[in-house]
Design a protein around this ligand. Structure first.
Ligand code: ADP
Length: 489
């Protein structure tokens, strides 16, 4: 029977599993959803037991689809980063897990930066104290729920909790662990100085294995419940961004290639060989799942701006029609500038109070101008991220993914704003695919992550080059930024 590796992606609204052959072809998939809990404004939580139930359902369905045709050789894990699953000494969940987008930890972040100066934290861990990260959640728990904190024996990231449920073994790997806020990037190990400055036990955190390592084996109970083979190697895997990047073939062994996701938010991912942080921590630096590192810049409203615009100002109009109108308008939208900070901004400004704007509006402008300026504004907000990244990386080409990448016009505007060629790829499986590829390495189908990437990296199509002159538009956008800082929330 044909061997396949299973990749699991524990997302925020649901979970996806796919089965991938040694050549990277997807042959089956299944999914299941679970609720997002918001017990207070700014709080987001999930019940780890809901993840477990969804996993059981999706894996059972996948096993059925594979039966008699394909032989599962590994299960790789991936998913939402930064969340905190608090476990007692018996491995029982103590309370619902706060997630990556939870905002309750502002005071805990300040406490961390009082214990470890911000600059030192950035040098050691790649990032300042960030509200979404796991470490501030633990510090929050100690202050807000001391009776819960007193019972904490272990804290696990979401996908690592699933690994524990599936195998009975606790482990993590560097790509996800570097989103905790306490991993020493150079050593790829927990930073004992940081933990002792915060009076936290290192033993609360699991062992850090390489991302392609087997972290445990599928237990007899799970084999019976799902129909998958008992003892199936479960591979440590990757956080969602690193997992998606592995699925796209992005690695330090293939230098010069990064990715840009034009989804609801905009995500720039660039692999790095050495852990060189941006000195002010304006973009994230994490471990990659290939043994190297990566930079990550996130703009909050990319295709999300377009979605908002279409829903509010052009309801029912197809995206392609709006794109056609925008194409008829010349570069620079006849002086109209859109600032896409509808929900504040992360990279490179990290300011939740920034707000969006159209600047320079006149009677001469029509809907095509509004649309084009929006596409340009989003592209230039990504240029702001790239300006901060550029001194740290070698970047020759970006793979474009996400809904916005369906528009050739938008891709040509982004390629021109970034002054970089963009290639599209048909791959849409996200982190699950990378988890499956790491599974192939863990199962011994490939000797290394680099070898697996050579065999499974997707085809690139339709290169879009920098062909529009946008430097004067960028200069206007920068002036616009000065204006919007006067109108913060
Ligand atoms: P998410 O990050 O939520 O997964 P997607 O990657 O699915 O989002 O992207 C959805 C977005 O893609 C839509 O909100 C819309 O802005 C954009 N989009 C979808 N189709 C097109 C199109 N044909 N042209 C331009 N943008 C599009």
């Amino acid at each position: 029977m044909n061997p396949v590796s299973i990749g699991l992606d524990l997302g925020t609204s649901g979970l996806k599993v796919i089965a991938v052959t040694a050549q990277g072809e997807r042959v089956a998939e299944a999914s299941a959803n679970y609720p997002l809990l918001t017990p207070k404004p700014g709080w987001t939580e999930q019940n780890p037991q809901d993840w477990v139930e969804a996993t059981r359902k999706a894996l059972s369905e996948l096993a059925l689809a594979l039966r008699g045709r394909y032989e599962p050789v590994a299960l790789g894990l991936s998913g939402q980063m930064h969340g905190a699953t608090f476990l007692d000494a018996q491995g029982q969940v103590i309370r619902p897990a706060p997630l990556w987008n939870d905002q309750r930890t502002g005071e805990a972040c300040a406490e961390i930066e009082r214990a470890i100066p911000r600059g030192e934290l950035i040098q050691r861990t790649g990032n300042p104290a960030v509200t979404g990260f796991q470490l501030p959640k633990l510090v929050w728990l100690r202050r807000a729920e001391p009776e819960h904190f007193a019972r904490v024996a272990q804290v696990l990231l979401p996908k690592d909790y699933l690994g524990f449920a599936l195998t009975g073994h606790m482990a993590t790997e560097p790509s996800d662990a570097s989103g905790v806020g306490a991993l020493n990037l150079a050593a790829r190990a927990w930073d004992h100085d940081i933990l002792s400055a915060l009076d936290l036990r290192a033993g609360m955190f699991p062992e850090v294995l390489p991302s392609h390592a087997v972290s445990g084996r599928l237990s007899p109970e799970w084999a019976k419940a799902t129909g998958l083979p008992e003892g199936l190697p479960v591979v440590a895997g990757a956080g969602d961004n690193a997992g998606a990047a592995i699925g796209l073939g992005l690695s330090q062994t293939r230098p010069g290639l990064g990715s840009l996701s034009l989804g609801t938010s905009g995500v720039l991912f660039v692999p790095l060989e050495t852990p060189t942080p941006e000195p002010e921590g304006r973009i994230h630096l994490f471990c990659h799942a290939d043994g190297g590192y990566h930079l990550l810049g996130v703009t909050l409203a990319a295709a999300g701006s377009l979605q908002w615009y279409r829903d509010k100002l052009a309801p029912g109009v197809p995206f392609d029609e709006l794109m056609g109108e925008a194409e008829a308008v010349s570069v620079g939208s006849d002086g109209l500038v859109f600032m896409p900070y509808l929900a504040g901004e992360r990279s490179p400004y990290l300011d939740p109070d920034l707000r969006g704007s159209w600047l320079g509006l006149s009677l001469a402008h029509g809907r095509g101008h509004l649309t084009r300026s929006l596409l340009e504004g989003v592209a230039l907000s990504l240029r702001d991220v790239l300006e901060v990244m550029r001194p740290l990386v070698r970047l020759e080409r970006l793979l474009a993914i996400g809904g916005g990448a369906r528009s050739e016009l938008w891709l040509s505007i982004v390629a021109s704003a970034l002054r970089l060629p963009l290639a599209r790829t048909e791959i849409e499986e996200g982190p699950a695919r990378g988890a499956a590829v790491l599974g192939l390495v863990g199962a011994g189908v490939y000797a290394s992550v680099a070898e697996a990437l050579e065999a499974t990296a997707p085809q690139q199509t339709e290169l879009q080059h920098h062909r529009l002159e946008m430097e004067t538009v960028y200069a206007r956008y920068k002036q616009g930024f000065a204006a919007v800082t006067l109108f913060k929330d």
